[in-house]
Ligand binder design. Structure first.
Ligand code: DGJ
Length: 714
């Protein structure tokens, strides 16, 4: 709901208020983002509010105020939300409010980029128009608020009203000025195989902390999601502000405490290496940033993001449906497979209860290793004599669905496509482009290249019964030909994704980028699940999945049982541990199942039966993280259905401890007065007992011990 009261505009969500107002000079100021306030004209409190913010009369006028979309150089000298080189060639800017508009619903227009849609929720959008008359520059700020959630979705539109071209040097999507306090910032950094490590940094006076990535996609190295929280915040307590950018290119979330102790947080496209020429009367849209407030710790914030993204971002019809249990041949065969081998794996998979067979890399061109053929999307008939359609039919005859891997954004220098179109690769004229994994990137800033990709993938999808696609992207972006190129590419990527996912709504798409190098909400808008990491070791996955779930819904986390010793870290773990960890997310196998011993095969069958029981919970259940491996030896989580009738519990102790007494595991979010039956043991417990006394987990005396439970209300 949006309420305009005098010069105050009050956006109210389920439990939150976001309050802004205009001062007498026409500046757009920020008043409050946090727990819900009553409806008042808060602009009347300007002086009291200014004191709180450390108002000092001898300062640069706006330097002390909390603002909504601050500029630099005239009246505020902190880090700005945007910077332009105006028609006079300088960067000084200052905008005043000219108009407010309140729209029912969501804005939806972010120039081809994904954004929240209204769905069956009630949403309103505030548009504030700001204008810098000295340089003829206009900004429209959009704020969408939903009655059902505690989030505000923000983006900006920058318009050049002047008679000459201008340059945009930076344009953040959201700027949040928070009052004096002790804050920590939590960001999610890493590398290939150890994506999204959760890192907490106390914010200190004067030091800018920037969680940014300039490597092309959203990145293994830094996720476009961050949290600002009170120093005492944890899973269940404290104030938390989440910032999640719906964007798959270079991004930045920057926080800095100013001289008076106020905090400014900015999130948007990374200004580093960014420049956008804006011609007369042309406009530039920023991606959308979804900011969330929780007064009850990280857990509540996560559940909020999960609901919003499942209901109002993810377009796939599979989003809230049980997903097929898959087997992927990659770690089982890598490039070394024949049709016969694949069919033998598929037959055994079917006997185990698996539902979908996925053929990974190596099925096209002359690709027997990673040195060639990307771009040549024609089947390698030496390996697959029946073609993709023939193979799909044979897999279907076995009783499995068929899925296929692509890496459509890429081009191998050793490919027919490159020989025909060498200028379709991203490169600068004066030097040879850097090959990473022996491949280059197709220039998706060009329509003809996007059309090629759309047609190449569509042609294969039309000719065979392909019900799942794994969309991979295995390199970082170098040799960009101009500032802002990464954004042009990202727009092209979204254009391709929209065209293909709209044309094939019945295909289940899974995103991937050398593991979890592009795990972001932009990708989720098109593909409801993402390969979380190439590191499939159960112990490494505890932290990776734990921190990925901070923002992203459980069922978007693709998680496979692989062989032991693990191929990435060499660790030996029990099949039970590998299965138990993989239940969090879209569950599957990625190993040569024909090599499983009889005992292992029986265990796999049981795992699959259990997965079939719990997967409805993954579709839209509520996640509670119960024990945090970042703080000790235990890691556990719980997923409970919205009606609280079914509860899945996962518990793990990483290293065995002699004579250890394991802490009881206190569940959360259950119905206090109801009884719950443990479906394995038949024991019955009260919801009160499970939450306030907890269940006992009897770990085996071994490293990497895990347990799972399914409880049902009775
Ligand atoms: C990287 C992916 O993350 C893997 O799962 C696999 O698909 C390979 N690419 C194939 O090249």
């Amino acid at each position: 709901m949006i309420i305009k009261n005098g010069k105050t505009i009050h956006l109210q969500g389920k439990n939150i208020s976001y309050v802004i107002f205009e001062n007498d000079e026409g500046d757009l100021l920020h008043f409050h983002f946090g727990k819900k306030l009553a409806d008042r004209d808060y602009s009347l409190m300007t002086s009291e509010w200014a004191e709180e913010w450390g108002f000092a009369t001898n300062e640069v006028p706006l330097d002390v105020y909390a603002q909504e979309y601050p500029s630099y150089g005239h009246s505020d000298l902190r880090n700005p939300s945007y910077q332009i080189i105006n028609k006079y060639g300088n960067a000084v800017s200052q905008m005043k409010v000219t108009e407010y508009k309140i729209h029912h619903g969501t804005t939806a227009d972010v120039c081809g980029m994904p954004c929240l849609f209204k769905g069956s929720q009630s949403a309103d959008t505030l548009e504030v128009i700001l204008y810098d008359s000295a340089v003829d520059f206009e900004v429209h700020l959009y704020y969408t608020v939903f009655d059902e959630y505690d989030i505000i979705a923000r983006n900006a539109l920058l318009v050049n009203k002047s008679d000459t071209p201008i340059e945009i040097m930076s344009a953040y999507s959201a700027s949040l000025d928070l009052p004096i306090g002790d804050y920590d910032m939590i960001h999610f950094a890493g590398a290939w195989g150890r994506e999204r490590e959760m890192i907490r940094t106390p914010l200190q006076l004067g030091v800018k902390v920037e969680a940014e990535n300039a490597r092309g996609g959203s990145g293994h190295q830094m996720n476009p999601f961050a949290m600002i929280c009170s120093r005492d915040a944890d899973e269940t307590h404290g104030e938390v502000y989440g910032l999640s950018l719906i964007y798959s290119g270079n991004h930045s979330t920057a926080a800095k405490i100013d001289q008076f102790g106020g905090l400014r947080v900015l999130q948007g496209i990374n200004p580093f290496c960014f420049k956008w020429d804006l011609k007369q009367n042309k406009s530039f849209y920023t991606p959308q940033s979804v900011i969330c407030y929780s007064g009850e710790g990280f857990g509540k914030m996560s559940r909020e993001y999960h609901d919003v993204y499942r209901n109002n971002l993810m377009r796939s019809e599979f989003t809230k449906k049980p997903r097929p249990i898959l087997i992927n041949n990659w770690e089982g065969t890598y490039f070394d497979f024949t049709e016969e081998k694949l069919l033998s794996m598929a037959k055994r998979a079917k006997e185990a209860g698996i539902e979908l067979f996925v053929l990974d890399d190596g099925w096209f061109g002359k690709r027997n290793n990673d040195r060639s053929s990307l771009g040549d999307w024609t089947v390698n008939t030496e390996k697959l004599p029946s073609g993709i359609d023939g193979l799909a039919k044979k897999i279907n005859d076995i009783g499995l669905k068929f899925g296929l891997w692509f890496e459509p954004e890429m081009i191998s220098p050793d490919s027919e496509l490159y020989r025909k179109h060498p200028n379709w690769a991203v490169k600068v004229n004066e030097r040879n482009p850097v090959e990473i994994r022996h491949q280059l990137i197709l220039d998706l800033s060009r329509d003809e290249v996007c059309d090629y990709v759309i047609n190449a993938v569509s042609n294969i999808l039309k000719t065979a019964n392909i019900e799942y696609v794994k969309w991979d992207m295995n390199r970082q972006m170098t040799d960009m030909m101009r500032g802002g190129y990464n954004h042009e590419y990202t727009l092209g990527y979204y254009k391709v994704m929209s065209a293909i996912t709209e044309a094939f709504p019945n295909v289940l798409f899974e995103g991937c980028s050398a593991g979890g190098g592009r795990f972001d909400s932009g990708v989720l808008a098109y593909m409801p699940q993402i390969w979380t990491s190439d590191n499939s070791d159960a112990v490494s996955r505890l932290k990776i999945q734990y921190s990925t779930s901070m923002c992203y819904p459980v069922y978007s986390i693709s998680s496979h049982v692989t062989a032991s010793p693990n191929h990435q870290v060499g660790r030996i773990t029990a099949l039970k541990a590998r299965g138990d960890v993989a239940y969090m997310g879209t569950f599957g196998y990625e190993l040569d199942i024909t090599k499983a011993s009889n005992t292992e095969f029986e265990e796999i069958k049981q795992q699959i039966e259990f997965e079939k029981q719990i997967r409805p919970l993954m579709c839209d259940g509520d996640l509670y993280r119960l024990q945090n491996l970042y703080e000790g030896n235990y890691c556990s989580w719980e997923i409970i259905s919205k009606d609280k009738k079914q509860v899945f519990v996962f518990a793990s102790r990483v290293l065995a401890v002699a004579q250890s007494k394991n802490p009881r595991l206190k569940l959360q979010g259950l119905d206090y007065g109801k009884q719950y039956r443990d479906t394995q043991t038949g024991e019955i417990y009260g919801g009160d007992f499970l939450m306030h006394r907890g269940i006992k987990i009897n770990y085996k005396t071994e490293d990497f011990a895990t347990e799972v439970r399914l409880l049902e209300m009775c």
